[in-house]
Ligand binder design. Sequence first.
Ligand code: SF4
Length: 375
Amino acid sequence: MSKLPSATGGPPRARTRRVMVGDVAIGGGAPVSVQSMTKTHTADVPATLAQIRRLQEAGCEIVRVAVPDQEAAEALPGLVRQCKLPVVADIHFDYRLALAALQAGVHKLRINPGNIGGAERAEKVLREAKERGVPVRIGVNAGSLEKDLYERHGGATPEALVASALRQVELCQDIGFDDIVLSLKASDVLTTIEAYRLIARRVDFPLHVGITEAGTRWTGTIKSAVGIGVLLAEGIGDTIRVSLAGDPVEEVRVGWEILKSLRLRRRGVTVIACPTCGRTEVDVAAIAEELERRLAAVNKELTVAVMGCAVNGPGEAKEADVGVACGKKSALLFRRGTVVGKIREEEIVERLLREVEEWPSMGHTGPRTSREEVL
Ligand code: SF4
């Protein structure tokens, strides 16, 4: 597996082919993109578009919709026309739905050519996709593994998932279709990690990475961060989807935090907060949470720190652009580790919001007050 350096200071990335999903590139050194999937009934176009708008505001770059029936397929032309994000149609079993989705102008199909109704029908879909320049994600899932592979490998093992993926890739390549993205998901984190490691050594198709059926917002976030995080740290993965039972906007937020924490992408304001300890005199968590909420839509790349004390605060948050180190009913305001003023506890949130708003026009040239002076 040859690697490319990351443009943003993250780990080197596996060199993969590039696939275009509308105007978003996946693989070939493109930034790792964040995907999500709508949870509305696709046939309900206004509700689906409203959810897509919320996903887009949160930073979603590619959106997938389920197409379980004819009614959903009929909604696709209007949906694609009005949607500002590339749309992926998620289809199982019925090749006619896949053909209808292609005719509707979707930007990618998620199918398993092996379960679309036989080789002839799969070929029909792939030929149509090729003609339209639409890529296909082959989404192998531990829960729907072919029976023969399940039996031969003694379960949905990483090797079985890889064998399933390679079988479907072969089916595509037999008819000259190789505009492919691959995913091999299991709800078990270690199985998923191993499956992606194995496939990354075998093929250079871009990889869509995620932990399937990860769980609720809490457990799903942890499992996704561990599974996706390990793979991305090893350079594996070109686009990610965090699967959570709940609001899909959370999936996008978690996805971005994973990418930001690995320095694979930069986006928006990062709020850091100390864990608090016996020195803390103010409600650091409440302040940090309010800041996070109110800064969620701000598109400036900077780090804001809320630290519980003045003893270690500015030092611990040296990497932050702006922040406070709280004391008793007051806080020291600092920029890039240098204390520049003292504010009252009740001013903290508004003052930090103002600092962000004025950044970087105010630069770092505010009055330099020594720490001793304000303490
Ligand atoms: Fe404790 Fe201060 Fe560190 Fe917060 S910054 S954890 S209050 S020592």
